[in-house]
Design a protein around this ligand. Structure first.
Ligand SMILES: [Zn+2]
Ligand SMILES: [Zn+2]
Length: 195
């Protein structure tokens, strides 16, 4: 068992992912157009980009019940790229991404971009790269154009166990079944401007 700390760039928001062990997390690089749009949206006021030079976001996927936010919870905000889209959390103080999830307190996963996980390398490297067809300059070497069967199977198993083990319970992103803040939903024009 181990844990790894969470910290936004400016330090106002802090927390940890606890009780980590093999099989309890997935680390992946996602090149999808939505993750790229979110990254661009975060940088709209000049915050440093969270992607690699091909547009990939390195994401640490964990079960919400293992996430603790110990400081600055009131700084968390949500943006959705579209009505019905994922909750994409970020910090209001410095636009650090803080977790992508299904828009429900029952989401069995939260994908935390490693910009919020300063010591992620102590846990292990990414196991794969997905949605490479959206990458800048074509599919990067080693990335799958969409999702490999191996990553799909690993992710499905992770989610099934997350549901079965009630790993959404105690998610720090919700209180009384509601998200901590009302999400901001981008307009079509706002979203298109990020493509
Ligand atoms: Zn901050
Ligand atoms: Zn993505």
């Amino acid at each position: 068992m181990s844990e790894v700390s969470l910290k936004c760039r400016c330090g106002e928001v802090e927390g940890a992912i606890v009780d980590l062990a093999p099989g309890r997390f997935n680390r992946l690089v996602c090149y999808c157009d939505d993750c790229q749009a979110f990254a661009r949206w975060l940088s709209r006021d000049g915050a440093p980009s969270i992607t690699n030079d091909r547009g990939g976001t390195d994401v640490f996927q964990v079960w919400p019940s293992h996430v603790r936010i110990t400081r600055g919870r009131d700084k968390l905000r949500i943006v959705r790229l579209r009505e019905g889209g994922l909750f994409r959390w970020y910090t209001e103080c410095c636009s650090t991404p803080a977790g992508n999830m299904l828009p429900s307190p029952g989401s069995p996963f939260v994908g935390i971009p490693v910009a919020f996980v300063p010591a992620v390398d102590t846990i292990g490297p990414p196991v794969g790269a997905i949605q490479g067809r959206f990458a800048k300059g074509g599919c990067p070497e080693g990335a799958h154009p969409s999702v490999s069967a191996g990553v799909l199977a690993t992710s499905a198993w992770f989610l099934v166990r997350g549901v079965a083990l009630r790993k959404a319970k105690g998610s720090p992103y919700f209180a009384d079944g509601r998200p901590l803040v009302a999400p901001r939903v981008l307009t079509v024009a706002e979203r298109d401007a990020l493509r």
